[in-house]
Design a protein around this ligand. Structure first.
Ligand SMILES: [Zn+2]
Length: 413
């Protein structure tokens, strides 16, 4: 991600690009957007907005909606304002989500909606080159789908497990990832496909999707917490993703909750992730079943997270107890994040999202008792707008966010 240099001045050219990008963002991420509405929101003159919108229409980024939505109230005087929408026929974005077990490539429109999706699984024998070939394969496949035909691709976003060098686009050495290391995925994809590539960790990508297109659109400070094979977070402060120095921020899974606990790969002891990742929860369920605890989970040959959630919804005591313990542990990590960043909301995504209110209600009650600010405000826990698909949607959001920062509008467009 690009870092902001506070010493950077702004000349007319930069201001023009920034304003254009801002108007484009409001049209892509808003609903019932009109020229007059943008002028009100941005404080820019009606004349400037008209000029920018004319340019965006000329370049195929935006179009006027023919049919006016019935939701839009007709003003008592004058005409109904024309609604502006992104031109989803001309441009599209490619996204790649790389998890520990599988990868997904998507084609997304400018509203961050998934148009098509291709998945591949990893096997235990992956090497750097088999891995890169699989990624190339699913990217090629998505580009050859009907929905991609004739569309101009604005870039490829890679939402990926860490650690990463996100500036150079290199996957460093993720734990439990076939001993792969130093994979130059950014450069590789750029060379193969010729589009700009943005690489970031899947938690940051998910937080960006929530901020631009999800429930966080009007929230300046929030934390997205993703629970899957590991636990991580993406932090939005003052409407901006907190990127840190090298992209290692938000590692909530490596907050120690027991300094005498087991040693973690990261070097610390008793990390949250060691007690409450999804595989750890599944393991706990299996141990309980082996101990003879009665539960509907006995019906399943290979218990998975989805089975635990299903049984908990049917009030199975073992499943409920396991999820309760998961929520208790994760809440300890979230309380630390709340005390550090003072967010308005916590959004939960990745695999944990399928549990819905079972987890949000429990977490809220744990958090309520333990934060410094508890007497003054409550921090709600909500499921991400994109649920367990947040990191997939996030891959496209990485490219769109770059456009909204002004990149891609400099030359040619
Ligand atoms: Zn750790």
């Amino acid at each position: 991600m690009k870092t902001k240099n506070t010493n950077h001045g702004s000349n007319n050219h930069n201001t023009k690009i920034r304003n254009r990008a801002l108007v484009f963002r409001l049209i892509c991420t808003g609903e019932n957007v009109s020229r007059i509405g943008i002028a009100r929101q941005t404080g820019l003159s009606k004349m400037s907005i008209s000029n920018i919108v004319a340019e965006l229409i000329r370049d195929g980024f935006v179009r006027e909606q023919k049919e006016s939505p019935s939701k839009l109230k007709k003003p008592s005087t004058g005409r109904t304002p024309v609604v502006l929408v992104p031109d989803c026929e001309t441009y599209a974005v490619i996204g790649l989500y790389i998890s520990r077990d599988y990868a997904v490539s998507i084609l997304s429109n400018l509203k961050c909606e998934i148009l098509s999706e291709v998945k591949c699984n990893f096997t235990i024998e992956e090497t750097n080159s088999t891995f890169l070939n699989k990624i190339t394969g699913i990217t090629r496949e998505i580009l050859s789908t009907k929905r991609a035909a004739g569309k101009k691709i604005l870039g490829i976003g890679v939402s990926c497990i860490g650690p990463l060098d996100n500036k150079k686009g290199i996957i460093l050495q993720p734990p439990n990832f076939f001993h792969l290391s130093s994979i130059p995925i950014g450069q590789w994809l750029e060379k193969k496909f010729g589009y700009p590539v943005i690489v970031d960790n899947d938690m940051n990508a998910s937080a960006l999707a929530e901020k631009l297109y999800g429930k966080g659109r009007n929230i300046s400070n929030f934390v997205y917490v993703g629970v899957t094979n590991g636990i991580g977070s993406g932090i939005i402060t003052n409407d901006t993703l907190y990127a840190g120095e090298m992209g290692f921020s938000g590692e909530i899974g490596h907050i120690s909750i027991n300094y005498e606990g087991p040693k973690c790969d990261c070097g610390n002891t008793g990390c949250l992730e060691l007690y409450s990742s999804i595989p750890e929860i599944v393991k706990q369920a299996k141990i309980s079943l082996e101990q003879g605890i009665n539960s509907a989970l006995k019906e399943y040959d290979f218990v998975q997270w989805g089975d635990i959630v299903r049984c908990a919804m049917e009030k199975d005591m073992l499943a409920l107890n396991i999820i309760d313990r998961l929520c208790m542990y994760i809440s300890i990590g979230i309380v630390s994040m709340i005390n550090l960043f003072d967010p308005s909301v916590i959004f939960l995504g990745h695999d944990i999202a399928i549990a819905g209110r079972i987890v949000t209600e429990k977490m809220e009650s744990y958090i309520k008792e333990r934060t410094i600010s508890r007497k003054y405000k409550e921090v709600p826990v909500q499921i991400s707008a994109f649920k367990d698909k947040a990191p997939i949607v996030g891959s496209a959001a990485l490219v769109l966010n770059q456009l909204f920062l002004g990149d891609g509008f400099e030359e040619g467009h």
